[in-house]
Ligand binder design. Structure first.
Ligand code: URA
Length: 214
């Protein structure tokens, strides 16, 4: 699919999202926040949910946590136009409460469609919500962060702490920056993966290989 066609498809998904009434969050949102970035992104970031700034502007990670995310993206020689940034939810939970299971469930197909269009080499889950949604049963973020995982589908994930966590806990800043620094290495390993045949592994094998696949 050409870049233009992929962009058209992403625009169409964003339009669908803007009309979505599948959960109660549509009643309190100002704007939907479908995601932002390149239709050809090699790396796709998934945060938790839009906050007040994002709801106001319709752009993911445009507040303080977003500033730190931009800084980390730039630390690996990219910028937010090179990657794709989105969230497990496309609408803001009132008062920034945690996403509810039902909200995540009804919202997930939008992100699945975006992933099918973009076909990123690497999906980075930011924080425990996004990690638990996309790597269910794998364990807590303090154990998983910085370790790439290849799912049975062949898709490679990298769980990281949420950038907002570093705003509250300065010690995590360096951990996040150092985990981020692994992204170029992981991408080049994926590119060099000459097997090209993605091995189907069962859940147990996947767990056993966590952090060792790449
Ligand atoms: N936190 C998130 O998880 N997502 C945003 O878009 C902003 C802050």
């Amino acid at each position: 699919m050409s870049h233009e066609n992929k962009q058209d498809e992403l625009n169409q998904i964003a339009e669908e999202i803007s009309a979505c009434t599948k959960c109660e969050l549509h009643k309190t949102r100002t704007n939907t926040v479908p995601g932002h970035g390149s239709a050809n992104a090699k790396v796709l970031f998934i945060g938790e949910a839009p906050g007040a700034d994002e709801d106001e502007q319709g752009i993911p990670f445009c507040g303080r946590a977003g500033k730190f995310l931009d800084e980390m993206i730039e630390s690996i020689g990219l910028n937010r136009e090179d990657v794709f940034i989105c969230n497990t939810l496309k609408c803001r939970p009132p008062g920034n409460r945690d996403p509810e299971d039902k909200e995540k469930e009804v919202c997930k197909p939008y992100l699945q469609k975006q992933v099918e269009v973009i076909r990123p080499k690497l999906i980075v889950t930011l924080g425990r919500h996004s990690t638990a949604t996309y790597l269910p049963g794998a364990g807590g973020i303090s154990k998983l962060h910085g370790k790439p995982v290849r799912r049975p589908s062949g898709q490679v994930y990298l769980p990281l702490y949420h950038p907002a966590a570093a705003l509250h806990n300065g010690g995590l800043r360096q951990t996040l920056l150092s985990d981020f620094g692994k992204i170029p290495v992981i991408l080049s390993k994926i590119a060099k993966d000459t097997s090209n045949k993605i091995q189907e592994t069962n859940e147990e094998e996947t767990k056993a290989k966590q952090g060792k696949l790449i």
